[in-house]
Write a new protein. Structure first.
Lengths: 114, 114
DNA sequence: ATCGTTTATCGTCGATTTACGATAATACCC
DNA sequence: GGGTATTATCGTAAATCGACGATAAACGAT
């Protein structure tokens, strides 16, 4: 995954890329939005409103969890998912910082591409 | 890619996910940062500072270009890449909006759950 | 027209992702 | 313990990604 030439990437970029990868699927974005919209966030409900099989939804939830964006709390026989607000703010700040740095160096007024 | 159950995703989410996918690789992030850092951004220079083959860098640049994040301007025998500031601001706003919406609904102070 | 330089595309290969159904694990009820 | 409901994991197949070398395409110089 890191190329066969040796040489790795800065940790910051690797971390950011990993979060971006977790967001790089409309299903996961919708899942994330749905979890945020409702305070209660039982897996079954999420399965209902997604066009995916239960196992697939569970897989996506696992990825979101591994990225630290959501937390799964076991509640009886079911699992309640909620967004990790602190983490989300952190990630949001990281993205804002990235875009800020990128935009500040770029051209300012051009918007015409032939 | 859209599941075999029919039912697609909102355009906004698909678009955002696509951009996230373009950012979901440390090499592309580094490429993007390098292009933003210098006003001149000849492909050869980028190849020099990346631990990747020229063809691979070209491929990544193509993906960034297809995501609308950079533009390639042909300058004689070489190609000069620059960030698309307007697009970048737009995408940054979209991400900020996403994180804002996600965080506002989430829990406020909890951060310990075992 | 030919050569050298620079970049994009092609073809390929291994690894990863995405999706599914099937099955296992966990918790509740009787 | 047996039965039901809910969620996670396993196994698998198709598709995509990431990387490379090789080659084509565009341009400038001679």
């Amino acid at each position: 995954m890191a190329g066969t030439r040796g040489q790795s990437y800065p940790t910051e970029l690797v971390d950011l890329a990993q979060v971006a990868r977790a967001l790089a699927h409309p299903g996961r974005l919708q899942l994330l939005a749905a979890i945020a919209a409702r305070r209660s966030c039982v897996c079954g409900e999420l399965v209902e409103l997604m066009p995916l099989a239960q196992s697939t939804v569970s897989q996506h939830l696992k990825e979101l969890k591994e990225a630290g964006l959501v937390r799964g709390v076991i509640d009886g026989p079911r699992t309640c998912y909620c967004v990790d607000a602190a983490r989300l703010a952190e990630v949001g700040a990281a993205f804002a910082g990235l875009f800020g740095r990128l935009a500040c160096c770029g051209n300012g007024g051009e918007d015409d591409h032939g």
